[in-house]
Design a protein around this ligand. Structure first.
Ligand code: 8YV
Length: 315
């Protein structure tokens, strides 16, 4: 039987590329010098798209593939896929939930600890000789015993909260409603009030049109000059202009960010700030998790072409 033709939007590690190439006739969108030409040429044959969370598939790409049946996303977030365009044509969408939850939570908590204790500056202090020349490193702020807010208590938010309990933090959360599995945390419906009560605010919401800029000026200013904002979700959940302004003026104490508008080309104003920890969207970036994500992308494609139920559908 002929291998099903698929469109691959972005690169995957070699350990994923090889089995993908073995099972499918893969057209590499990211390698095409003229992307419109590639879509015009192979679009009508394409039955499935394999993409990444941050790359998704826009309406133009979906429309260029009139026989498209499935979009398999390497990532839990599928906000970059035009879901409306998929609904209109009955195109299925899958993601890679669960397998990445613990690593994303780990990185969020690590970012809080790193930033609060000034670990990057401390490393420089050792390497550049400041320790011998200037003496003790400036004192930083404690983490344990303080108050954390988790905005979005889904799978990742819950794992963040679980880890924070180990650091003796007091935990509150906001979500559309109180969660039955979170009886030992306080529910605060209003994100502004959650921020007001928190020293550390974690943004762990699945991004959608409804959550766009949910962390706006009011939330940021409620977190305040002593507060820290940690984002391991999507940049669109935060009003980046308001965040930059608050970091520049000291209305917000600090931030630790794994995601940015227009990444990887982030706003250069971030680079001038010393109160923000910048990470290259790698919260799920461990070998173990990425292997599991790649497997799940292929499992969804394989199940689809075998006419079997999709392991992790979102649409
Ligand atoms: C990316 C992510 O998909 O899970 C998500 O939603 O954003 C990430 O895991 C990852 O950077 C791989 O491209």
């Amino acid at each position: 039987m002929d291998k099903p033709p698929i469109l691959q939007v972005g690169p995957y590690p070699q350990w994923d590329q090889e089995p993908l190439d073995a099972a499918f006739q893969v057209h590499r969108y990211f390698e095409a010098a003229d992307k419109a030409e590639l879509l015009a040429e192979v679009g009508p044959a394409i039955k499935a798209i394999a993409t990444r969370g941050e790359l998704g598939a826009n309406r133009g790409m979906i429309e260029a593939c009139p026989n498209l049946e499935l979009i398999s996303v390497y990532g839990v977030g599928f906000d970059a896929v035009d879901l409306q365009a998929c609904r209109e044509r009955g195109i299925r969408v899958t993601n890679t939930p669960d397998v990445l939850t613990n690593d994303v939570a780990d990185l969020g908590v690590a970012m809080m600890l790193c930033q609060s204790r000034g670990m990057l500056g401390a490393e420089t202090w050792v390497r550049d000789g400041s320790w011998t020349e200037k003496g003790l490193y400036p004192l930083k702020r404690r983490v344990w015993g303080r108050r954390a807010g988790v905005l979005g208590l889904g799978r990742i938010g819950f794992e963040v909260a679980k880890r924070l309990k180990g650091f003796d933090l007091q935990i509150a959360y906001s979500d559309v409603e109180a969660k039955p599995y979170a009886s030992d945390m306080s529910f605060v419906a209003d994100p502004v009030e959650l921020a007001r009560q928190s020293n550390f605010l974690f943004v762990t919401l699945a991004a959608s049109a409804a959550t766009r800029h949910i962390v706006g000026r009011q939330v940021i200013e409620a977190l305040g000059p002593e507060g820290m904002l940690i984002n391991i979700s999507r940049a669109s959940n935060i009003d980046e202009e308001a965040l930059l302004e608050a970091l520049e003026t000291g209305k917000l104490g600090s931030a630790a960010l794994d995601v940015f508008e227009g990444e990887p080309k982030l706003n250069p104003r971030f680079l001038a700030l010393d109160n923000v920890l910048l990470q290259p969207h790698h919260a799920s970036g461990t070998i173990e998790t990425r292997k599991a994500m790649g497997q799940l992308v292929r499992d969804n494609l394989t199940a689809h072409f075998a006419g079997q139920p999709l392991p992790t559908p979102v649409l």
